[in-house]
Design a protein around this ligand. Structure first.
Ligand code: NAP
Length: 322
C-alpha cells in the first residue's frame, strides 16, 4: 500500500515534535513533509528533522496561493500545529488545501475543551468556520491539558529543569481546585493524533483525546505522593481571575494585539474556563459533540500522571520551549 502522505506545519514546535515522533513510530506508513516558514528554515529543530529523514519545505502563507497549492498537491492529510501566533495563517493554508484536494485538514487546536468563545474564539470562529465554509474535509482534535503544565515546584528543586514559567504562580490552583480537568502527556498527544488522522470514524468530526481526569488538588496530591515532598499551592480565586482577564483585555485593547499580550489573555481565559467553569471535562466535551479517545481507542496504552511524575523526578523529561 502506498504511504499516507502528511504535511505537518509547525513541526518545529512542541506539539509538532510530538506528532512527528508518533508518525515516525506508527505502524501506519506515513510519508512526512514538514512545512516551515522561510525565516525558520535554519532553526536547529529543522536540522534535527532533516537528520531524521524528514523533507523540510519552506512555505509562505503571505506569498502566492498557487505556490502553497503546489506544495500541498498530492498530500492526503495536512496537520497544522502552529502556535497561537500563527492561528490566522491557517486561513490561506486551508484555502490552498482545498484547491490541492487534500483529504483531511487538521487545524491547530490540541487544547482542553472550552466553550466556543473567549480563549478559543478566533480558532473556532475564524478558522473552524472557514474550513466548513470551504467544505474542506476536517478533523478538529483537542487534547487534555498537558501533564507538562503541572510539573510542581518542589522544595528540593528536583523538577526545576523541566518546568516552564507560569504567570499564575509556582503551583497555581484555580478556585478551590476541585474541578475535574482532562489531562494527557504531551508525548502521547502525537500518538493519539497519529491514530485519529487515519481513522474514517473521525472524518468531519471533533475528537477529544485525553488520558486522565483529575482535579488540580488531586494532581498535586499525586505529585506529593510521588516526590514525598510538599507541593505548596497558590490558590487563585475566581475574583482574581476575573481581574486578570479584565486587565489583559485592557492591555490588548489599548496596545493593539501583540502575540504575547493575546497569549496572556487567552491563558487567563483558559484557566477560568477549565479551573472554574468545568469546561475541559469529558462530560462537557460530550455535550459539545466531541468523540472521545476513550471510546475510539480503548486499547491505547497511555502514560499515567503518576508515571509522568516519576519521569519528572528521575530527570527524564525534555525541557519545553527551550
Ligand atoms: N493541551 C495543552 O496543554 C497545550 C499546551 C500548549 C499548547 N497547546 C496547543 O498546541 C498547539 C501548538 O502550540 P505549541 O505550543 O506546540 O506551539 P509552539 O511550540 O509555540 O510553536 C509551533 C510552531 O508554530 C509555527 N508558527 C507558524 N506561524 C507562526 C507564527 N506566526 N509565530 C510563531 N510560530 C509560528 C512555528 O514553526 P516554524 O517556525 O517552523 O514555522 C513554531 O515552531 C496550539 O494550538 C496550542 O493551543 C496545547
Amino acid at each position: 500500500m502506498s504511504p499516507v502522505t502528511v504535511a505537518i506545519v509547525g513541526a518545529t514546535g512542541e506539539t509538532g515534535r510530538s506528532i512527528v515522533d508518533a508518525l515516525l513510530q506508527s505502524p501506519t506508513d506515513f510519508g512526512i513533509t514538514a512545512l516551515s516558514r522561510p525565516s525558520s528554515m535554519e532553526k536547529p529543530e529543522n536540522q534535527k528533522l532533516r537528520e531524521g529523514g524528514i523533507n523540510v519545505v519552506a512555505y509562505d502563507v503571505h506569498g502566492p496561493l498557487e505556490k502553497l497549492v503546489d506544495i500541498l498537491t498530492g498530500v492526503d492529510v495536512v496537520i497544522s500545529a502552529v502556535s497561537y501566533a500563527g492561528i490566522s495563517d491557517q486561513i490561506p493554508l486551508a484555502r490552498a488545501a482545498k484547491e490541492a484536494g487534500v483529504k483531511r485538514f487538521v487545524p491547530s487546536a490540541y487544547a482542553p475543551t472550552t466553550a466556543p468563545n473567549g480563549a478559543v474564539e478566533m480558532r473556532d470562529r475564524d478558522v473552524f468556520n472557514y474550513i466548513k465554509e470551504l467544505h474542506l474535509p476536517y478533523t478538529f482534535i483537542d487534547v487534555g491539558w498537558w501533564y507538562q503544565g503541572f510539573i510542581p515546584r518542589l522544595p528540593s528543586g528536583r523538577t526545576e529543569y523541566a518546568r516552564f514559567p507560569n504567570p499564575f504562580g509556582d503551583n497555581p490552583v484555580m478556585g478551590d481546585g476541585n474541578v475535574i480537568i482532562a489531562l494527557a502527556d504531551l508525548r502521547d498527544a502525537g500518538r493519539y493524533i497519529a491514530r485519529i488522522i487515519v481513522d474514517p470514524r473521525t472524518l468531519n468530526k471533533m475528537v477529544y483525546a485525553y488520558t486522565e481526569t483529575m482535579t488540580a488538588n488531586q494532581i498535586f496530591d499525586q505529585a506529593e505522593r510521588n516526590s514525598e515532598e510538599s507541593v505548596e499551592r497558590q490558590y487563585v480565586s475566581e475574583t482574581k481571575l476575573h481581574a486578570m482577564i479584565a486587565e489583559a483585555q485592557e492591555v490588548v485593547k489599548n496596545k493593539g494585539a501583540s502575540p504575547v499580550d493575546i497569549l496572556k489573555l487567552h491563558m487567563a481565559q483558559y484557566q477560568y474556563s477549565i479551573g472554574i467553569k468545568d469546561q475541559s471535562s469529558p462530560e462537557y466535551a460530550d455535550y459539545l459533540g466531541y468523540l472521545s479517545s476513550k471510546d475510539l481507542y480503548p486499547d491505547f496504552k497511555a502514560i499515567s500522571f503518576s508515571d509522568f511524575m516519576k519521569d519528572a523526578l528521575d530527570g527524564k523529561l525534555r525541557p519545553l520551549y527551550s
